[in-house]
Design a protein around this ligand. Structure first.
Ligand code: DLL
Length: 437
C-alpha cells in the first residue's frame, strides 16, 4: 500500500497545476487518496475502526468514489467525545501544531497537524490567495484572529508560502489596524467580511476616503456574507473581494476559494478534499447541482483524517469554471442557524440581502429570538448609516418590515440603532433569548 505520506509528497513544492487537470486525472487521484485515507483512519483511529465495523464496512470495500457513501458520517459530537486527542492518527511526537474550535457550546473540538499537514495547508492557502488575486511580492494584512482559531495562523503560513509579505495584525484594535494600513501600505487584506465593514466604516468616520488606501484585493471568509455585502466592500474600498472557505475540523481556511476572475462560487481543492452533498435530514447523497448539506472527506491529512464530516453548511456543487475542479455555491447559511417562524424557515443571510439594498442601513445586524406568548418572535436589530434623520430611520424600518414580509413571508420587528456590536471576529448573527425548555 502507498502510504499517505508518499502520495502527499507528489504535490509538494512548486505548483503543479493540478487545479487545471482533467476530470479523469482528478478522479483517479481522489480515488487513490481516498482509499489510503480510509485505511489510515481505520488502522490508526479507534473511533473509525469501531464506526466502520459497526456499519459492516471495511476500507477494502472502497473501489470507486461512490463507494464512500457506504461509510459512516463523522460529526462534531464524535470529535467532542474523543476530546482532546482521541481522533489523532499519528503518534504524539509527529504533531507539530494544535488548533481548536471556539467551543461556544460544550467542549471545543481539537485538531492536530503533522509537519506535512502544515505544508499542504500552507500550499492550499497560497493557492487560494493566488486564485483570489494576491501575488508574490504583495504585502498582506491578516486581520483574522491568531491563536487556537485557524484563521490567523492558517492565513499567515499561506501568505509566506506564496512569497508575499505577511503583516500579522490579528483581529481588533481597529485604530491600530488603520495606522498600520496607512504606514505599511498593504496590497491585500484578509479577515472576516463583517470586520472589514468595521474598518471601512471607521475610515469613513475619520473623514478618509476608503477608496484611497493602498489595498487592491481582499480575501474574506469564516462567516456567511452576501453578494450585497461584497458590493458594499468592493465599491466602498475600491478593491476586488473574494470568498475563502474552510473549517477547523477539515483543515482551516483554504478548503475552497473563489477566483477573482469569475467570482462565481468557491473552487474546492479536490486534490485534498472530496465533497459530497447530502440531504440534511436523511443523509442520502444528492447529485451535483442540488442543494443540501456539505460533507467533506480529507484525502491527504495525516494527523487528523476526517471521513465524511458533516459540516452543517448548506450549498450545492457546481461544475468548474476558472479551474477544472468543482465549485461550491457561496455558502449562505448553516442548517443550525435556521430560524423557524410560524412554520417558515429562514436564515440571517436572507435578511442581509434586504438590508444591503437600503442606503440608510449598514449590514451590521443581529437576529434576536424571543417568545411572545407561546410563539417564537424575531426582532431584527440593524445599524443605521451615520447622520440619518429620525424620519429616514422610520421610513427604513417600515420598508424593511414590508420587504421581509413580502419576500421571506415572515413578520418581524425591526429595531434600528446607531450601533450594533457583532464582535470583531466572526459576526454573531443569531441571539437566542428564548427561555430554555
Ligand atoms: O472559520 C476557518 C476559516 C478561517 C475559514 C478563515 C475562512 C477564513 P471554524 O471556526 O471551524 O473555521 O468555522 C467553520 O465557519 O463550517 C462555516 O459555517 C463558516 N464559514 C467559514 N468560511 C465561510 C465562508 C473557520 N467563506 C465554519 N462562507 C464553517 C460562509 C463560512 N461560511
Amino acid at each position: 500500500m502507498t502510504s499517505v505520506t508518499e502520495i502527499t509528497s507528489t504535490h509538494n513544492g512548486p505548483q503543479t497545476g493540478i487545479e487545471y487537470a482533467s476530470r479523469d486525472e482528478i478522479t483517479a487521484l481522489q480515488t487513490e487518496r481516498a482509499k489510503n485515507t480510509l485505511r489510515h483512519a481505520y488502522f490508526n483511529v479507534p473511533h473509525y475502526r469501531k464506526a466502520f465495523d459497526e456499519k459492516g464496512v471495511h476500507p477494502d470495500d472502497f473501489r470507486e468514489l461512490s463507494d464512500l457513501a457506504k461509510f459512516p458520517f463523522t460529526d462534531k459530537e464524535t470529535l467532542r467525545e474523543e476530546y482532546p486527542f482521541g481522533m489523532f492518527a499519528v503518534p504524539k511526537h509527529q504533531i507539530v501544531r494544535i488548533h481548536a474550535s471556539s467551543g461556544t457550546t460544550g467542549r471545543p473540538t481539537v485538531v492536530g497537524y503533522t509537519r506535512r499537514d502544515i505544508e499542504n495547508w500552507s500550499d492550499l492557502v497560497a493557492r487560494s490567495l493566488r486564485a483570489g488575486g494576491v501575488r508574490a511580492g504583495d504585502k498582506v494584512q491578516v486581520t483574522f484572529g491568531y491563536g487556537l482559531f485557524t484563521g490567523g495562523l492558517g492565513a499567515h503560513y499561506g501568505v509566506e508560502k506564496l512569497g508575499a509579505t505577511v503583516i500579522p495584525t490579528s483581529g481588533g484594535q481597529t485604530e491600530r489596524q488603520l495606522q498600520i494600513m496607512q504606514d505599511f501600505q498593504p496590497d491585500a487584506i484578509m479577515g472576516t467580511p463583517s470586520y472589514m465593514l468595521t474598518i471601512l466604516d471607521r475610515l469613513r468616520a475619520e473623514g478618509r476616503d476608503p477608496r484611497d488606501t493602498s489595498l487592491r484585493v481582499g480575501v474574506f471568509g469564516a462567516e456567511p456574507w452576501t453578494e450585497g455585502m461584497r458590493r458594499d466592500l468592493e465599491d466602498g474600498l475600491g478593491i476586488d473581494a473574494t470568498d475563502i472557505y474552510g473549517l477547523s475540523e477539515v483543515m482551516g481556511p483554504g478548503v475552497a476559494q473563489e477566483s477573482v476572475e469569475t467570482k462565481d462560487g468557491l473552487t474546492i481543492w479536490e486534490d485534498h478534499f472530496y465533497p459530497e452533498i447530502v440531504d440534511p435530514v436523511t443523509g442520502e447523497p444528492l447529485p451535483d447541482g442540488e442543494y443540501g448539506e456539505l460533507v467533506i472527506s480529507s484525502l491527504t491529512k495525516e494527523a487528523f483524517p476526517v471521513i465524511r464530516y458533516r459540516t452543517h453548511d448548506l450549498t450545492r456543487i457546481l461544475p468548474g469554471t476558472a479551474f477544472s475542479m468543482r465549485r461550491l455555491e457561496k455558502i449562505g447559511a448553516r442548517n443550525d442557524d435556521m430560524i423557524i417562524l410560524r412554520g417558515v424557515n429562514c436564515f440571517p443571510s436572507q435578511f442581509e440581502e434586504i438590508i444591503v439594498e437600503d442606503k440608510n442601513l449598514r449590514p451590521r445586524y443581529q437576529c434576536v429570538l424571543s417568545k411572545k406568548g407561546r410563539m417564537d418572535h424575531l426582532t431584527l436589530v440593524v445599524e443605521h448609516a451615520p447622520g440619518r434623520t429620525a424620519d429616514e430611520i422610520d421610513a427604513s424600518r417600515l420598508q424593511l418590515r414590508k420587504l421581509i414580509k413580502d419576500r421571506i413571508g415572515v413578520s418581524v420587528d425591526v429595531d434600528i440603532r446607531e450601533q450594533v456590536d457583532c464582535g470583531e471576529g466572526k459576526a454573531k448573527r443569531l441571539l437566542d433569548n428564548r427561555p430554555q425548555a
